[in-house]
Design a protein around this ligand. Sequence first.
Ligand code: DQA
Length: 146
Amino acid sequence: MRILILNGPNLNLLGQRETEIYGERDYEETMRAIGEYAASLGFSADIRQTNHEGTLIDWLHEADSEGVQAALLNAGALTHYSYALHDAIMSVNTTVYEIHLSDPRKRKETFRHHSVIKNACAGTFAGEEAESYKKALEHVRKEWSP
Ligand code: DQA
């Protein structure tokens, strides 16, 4: 089964940004581990990162037109204000899961406490660093296995 794993703004700077929150592992290493885990569960994972809202939206539209059934989306800070991303998730047939390395609801900045994409997503996996992605992959495998 194909799965799309999308990462939004600033996630390319993992390993250097706020390491006390996001951990010491860089983006490549983190996504390599997630990709290997996805493969071990039988997924063909397409893992991407962009700093641009519109690119994330284009990728969701593309996934829909290509019949991709599920996507994991760590939208970074766009989580907290992108109504366009909310609408894109609502518009596609691809089932989208919200992912976060940290638990935004427990962070000190109150702007992180609200997710505008949450209601459009089929579920949220947060607060466990790379494990958040792995738990989501396990969930998708359970949900979608024949
Ligand atoms: C994040 C949480 C967001 O609040 C933040 O803006 C990020 C990363 C996370 O993975 O914990 O960029 O999505």
